[in-house]
Design a protein around this ligand. Structure first.
Ligand SMILES: [Fe+2]
Length: 104
């Protein structure tokens, strides 16, 4: 499976698996390591997803979890590089830049 580089600044999509906001986007990213057009910084371990709401459905408070699963062999600013399939706790990055593939 290809691990496509994940871009910040709302350039890639995240499946939250929440009732209130099922889809959101990437947000925080490297300020000086870029990928794709734009250019846009690569998401790194610890960077936060775009703020969004989550269950319980009645109140739908907002939160912004950090990326907790990323590459252990490719580092950006000395932090693991984010890829398609990596997780903001349980929320999965489901898109990535198609011409940059990052290892495990
Ligand atoms: Fe969430």
């Amino acid at each position: 499976m290809a691990n496509l580089a994940a871009r910040g600044d709302s350039k890639d999509t995240v499946q939250t698996k929440h009732g209130c906001t099922s889809i959101t986007t990437t947000d925080e990213c490297s300020p000086n390591v870029f990928v794709g057009t734009g250019p846009t910084g690569i998401v790194r371990l610890g960077d936060k997803v775009h703020v969004h709401t989550f269950p319980p459905v009645l109140s739908c408070p907002s939160h912004q979890p950090p990326l907790t699963v990323a590459s252990t062999t490719v580092l950006v600013n000395n932090r693991g590089a984010g890829r398609k399939g990596d997780l903001y706790i349980g929320e999965e990055i489901i898109t990535g830049w198609p011409t940059v593939v990052i290892g495990g």
